[in-house]
Design a protein around this ligand. Structure first.
Ligand SMILES: [Zn+2]
Length: 302
């Protein structure tokens, strides 16, 4: 999940006014050099961008990292994940989901026992453990068929999901998940959190709980709530890629065409969803629609 302070309407109006006045200013003075815009994904090759797009992820702002690519700000996908995902995307494309609350192709199917979560965070062990305990409680309180158990740090049990820290070199990256559940029905692991921001002195007012709940959401098969329109929480425009995606799939598509819509979730965007791509740093417990989505994938235990 990435950090992005939410703008209120007044601020947006002000920015629009400033941008308009800049635009007018440029027109008045033709001697000004044209403003160039660049994408941070320009370090990717065209083949890499197409490979990411074919797998159903936007290459806009995607970055290459050791072992794969970070897409949508916080999802680490290996080339093998992209290849695998792209085999299944076309089937999803032609169902044309258009609205919000999305899941991935596979969800967790190993539900007989609780999903074992372990925290390994060095000096920040207490901070991480306290937040992970609260995040897990949010899921377990719903009485779903999926449950989580936090292992003691000294446990020799093999965990299903490891939560650990890392210096991302970017203060705005709050956490990352290692993709989604695979065909084996096991959750993705590990979850990596920003160890610089979430250090031993971090005073959590719910931000870290929310980031952990969010990354757990990815590991069990949820895509971003505002997947079809990440301008909703992140404020950046993906339209430049839509034409290329249409050329690849030869049908009219939007970015929301590549994930499976969860029935019963709202048509419009939803403020406060735990699976929004960007965070304003606030605590975001499950909204009523989030709970609908969670119950759709992992029904309440009978
Ligand atoms: Zn995310």
């Amino acid at each position: 999940m990435k950090y992005k302070p939410l703008l209120n309407r007044k601020k947006i109006s002000l920015i629009v006014l400033i941008l308009l006045s800049i635009a007018v200013g440029c027109k008045k003075n033709n001697s000004n050099p044209p403003v160039k815009t660049t994408e941070t994904s320009t370090n990717l090759t065209q083949d890499e961008k197409i490979s990411i797009a074919k797998a159903g992820f936007s290459p806009t702002n995607a970055i290459r990292v050791k072992g794969g690519f970070i897409v949508e700000g916080d999802i680490l996908l290996k080339q093998a994940d992209l290849d695998f995902q792209s085999q299944h995307v076309e089937e999803i494309v032609f169902k044309k989901p258009t609205t919000e609350q999305y899941r991935t192709l596979f969800i967790v199917s190993t539900l007989t026992n609780a999903i074992k979560v372990k925290v390994s965070a060095g000096a920040a062990q207490t901070v991480f453990t306290t937040a992970a305990t609260k995040a897990i409680k949010r899921y377990n309180d719903l009485g779903l068929t999926i449950t989580f158990a936090l292992l003691d740090s000294s446990s020799t049990d093999k965990e299903d999901i490891l939560i650990t820290g890392q210096d991302f070199g970017d203060p705005n990256i709050l956490g990352q998940s290692s993709g989604f559940p695979g065909p084996d029905g096991k959750p993705a692991t590990p979850i990596t959190l920003n160890s610089v921001r979430y250090n031993k002195d971090f005073q959590d007012k719910g931000e870290l709980v929310t980031v952990i709940a969010h990354e757990i959401g990815h590991t069990i098969g949820f895509r971003h709530t505002d997947y079809a329109n990440r301008a909703y929480s992140c404020g950046y425009d993906l339209s430049s890629w839509i034409g290329i995606l249409q050329a690849i799939f030869k049908i009219p598509v939007n970015e929301g065409s590549f994930a499976i819509y969860i029935p019963g979730t709202p048509l419009g965007g939803e403020a406060g969803s735990w699976m929004l791509a960007c965070s304003d740093g606030t605590d975001r417990p499950f909204t009523p629609s989030d709970i609908v989505a969670l119950k759709a994938l992992y029904p309440v235990k009978q």
